[in-house]
Design a binder for this molecule. Sequence first.
Ligand SMILES: [Zn+2]
Length: 346
Amino acid sequence: MNTAENIRPASIPACPVCGGQKASALRTAFDDRYGQPDLFALVRCDQCGHCMTSPRLGESDLGALYGTYYPRKHVNVGDLRREARRAVTRLAPLRRWWTGTDNQGQYSVRPGELMLDIGCGSGLSLLEAQAIGAQVRGIEADPNVRRIADELGLQVHIGSLLDEPFASERFDLVVLNQVIEHVPDPDQTLERLRTRLRPGGRVVLVFPNVRSFWCRLSGVRWINWHVPYHLHHFSRGDFTQMAARCGYRIKAVRTVTPNLWTVLQFRANRLDIPRGSPSPMWAVSTPPADRAGVPVPPPARRLVRRILRRIVLAGLMLPLAVINRSIDALGWGDSLMVEIVPVVKP
Ligand SMILES: [Zn+2]
């Protein structure tokens, strides 16, 4: 059995929170989503307690890792446009609050602002910010996004912030939705970002909260350990300390728990995934074009199934939403949402 005693205390690349270089092993960990076979460890910085994945993969390892194991979602440009229009309906903020899907920085953009989304994925966040009235730029490592961005007419740089994309521009808002925990040296990213902000500019980051209620309850099966893709596991305190070290102060902080995450958490708690095997829970869905030959039930039966599924989901989601909104009100939610601004020297 894998226990913390099996791993020797690790020497680590500098801790982004305090700069310390010594850490102690907490326990072993592996990819329980996509089946990457290597064994990793969760370690805690001896100096400040920040939790990290070890060994910490570098930028060059990450390309191969994501290319081989990370799912590439089938993306339909028409669906993205439709979804983005839903973001600006009158009831959209209430729907996002209730479902816990307002854990994304682009919803705080104001009309006329210039926003940069780092790790913009398929570009939905950029379309939503555009619908709100902002100008948008994106950065994304996945080269598959090139085609989608071109079709949507979005300015997306395929690469990283280190390439200095959009060099002549400064931003009112920089957004990192579920990204900073994937970055090998998040302190360097924050320092570099400071130079890309306009006066009065702000950065909104969203990342898993290692002190969350569902993390404490689920232990090793918490879905947001997500080793080895998540390299850093932040608490509110760790992040505040890192931001201060990089020249920022916290302007606002809250937690948001997507109800869907909790449904996935319940499913994950019942599964035992051996190392090296992908989890059926995270299997990539088959694009419609590849489903040829699969028998389709008659329309009446499909309708009945859909209605039943809706009823079951509604029955499950109502109490779940009440629980999650209460947890978030206490600040114990699964994702931390932090707004930081550079400290202006007098
Ligand atoms: Zn540290």
